[in-house]
Design a protein. Structure first.
Length: 245
C-alpha cells in the first residue's frame, strides 16, 4: 500500500524576546577569562539576582544545568558536528569534559585537535563561547574522576561502544555482562572497577573566549578575550575588546 507523504512545510519563527541584563563591557571584566567564566558560572548556579555585595538580593530562577555546553568538532575532511556534553572542571589551563576515546567526537579531536564550546544560559540572558586547541587529560586525573562516578555510570562506560551502531537489545546485554565481570549486583557499589583505557577526559585550551549579554533591540553586549600569540602557555596574556552586536 502506497501512502502519499506530504512535503515538509516551511517553518517560520516570528517575534522574539527582549533581553535585559546589567551593563557589561571591557572595563568591568576580570583580566583573565577563566576567572570571568567562573564568576558568571557561579551566578548562573545561584538563585539570587546579584553579583556585587553592594547590590540587594533578589530571587530569580536559577539556570538549570549551567554545565551543559555544546561541543563542536571538525573531521579530517572538514565536516563539522556538534553535540551537548557536560563541563566537569575548569582549571587554569581550560575546560574539561569526559567521554569515550573511540567516540566520534574523540576521533575528530584526534584528527583535528581544535574545538568550540558554547554555553547558553537562557534564564539570565547570557552566553559564553570558547574556541581553542585540545589535549587529552592526564591519566591520573581521568582515573580520579572515573572512580568518583556512580557505579552504574562506571559500568556504562565499559558497556557502551559509543557512536557505533548497536542492536536493539545489545546494550542491555552488554551491561549485564560487565556487571557479571566485575561482580556488580543490583547497582550496589563494589570496591573497584578499573577505568577503561578507551575512556577519559579532554581539555579545551582557550585561544578565544567571548562573553555575550543580551540587551533590548538586539543591541547586545559582547566582550572577547584573545590570547596574545607570544604569551606563555601556562601564563597567557589576553587582548580584551568589545564586539559589535
Amino acid at each position: 500500500m502506497n501512502l502519499e507523504v506530504p512535503p515538509p512545510s516551511t517553518l517560520k519563527v516570528e517575534g522574539h524576546n527582549q533581553y535585559q541584563t546589567p551593563p557589561f563591557g571591557p572595563s568591568s571584566v576580570h583580566p583573565n577569562p577563566i576567572v570571568q567564566f567562573e564568576l558568571w558560572f557561579k551566578y548562573a548556579r545561584s538563585d539570587t539576582s546579584h553579583e556585587q555585595e553592594s547590590q540587594p538580593l533578589q530571587p530569580r530562577t536559577r539556570v538549570l544545568e549551567p554545565e551543559a555546553m555544546s561541543l563542536s568538532t571538525v573531521s579530517a575532511s572538514g565536516m563539522p558536528s556538534s553535540r551537548m556534553v557536560l563541563l566537569k572542571e575548569v582549571d587554569s589551563r581550560g575546560f574539561v569534559f569526559f567521554t569515550n576515546y573511540t567516540s566520534r567526537k574523540s576521533q575528530e579531536l584526534l584528527a583535528n585537535p581544535h574545538a568550540a564550546l558554547c554555553f547558553y544560559w537562557r534564564e539570565i540572558h547570557r552566553q559564553v563561547r570558547v574556541t581553542g586547541t585540545v589535549e587529552r587529560l592526564e591519566e591520573e586525573s581521568s582515573n580520579e574522576y572515573y572512580q568518583s562516578r556512580p557505579i552504574n555510570s562506571r559500568v556504562g562506560a565499559w558497556a557502551s561502544p559509543q557512536s557505533q551502531p548497536i542492536g536493539e537489545d545489545e546494550l542491555h546485554q552488554r551491561v549485564k555482562d560487565i556487571e557479571e565481570r566485575f561482580g556488580v549486583k543490583d547497582g550496589v557499589n563494589v570496591p573497584y572497577i578499573p577505568k577503561p583505557e578507551f575512556w577519559g577526559g579532554w581539555r579545551v585550551i582557550p585561544e578565544e573566549v567571548e562573553f555575550w549579554s543580551g540587551k533590548p533591540s538586539r543591541l547586545h553586549d559582547r566582550v572577547r578575550y584573545r590570547r596574545r600569540d607570544a604569551s606563555a602557555p601556562d601564563a597567557p596574556e589576553w587582548i580584551i575588546e568589545r564586539l559589535a552586536p
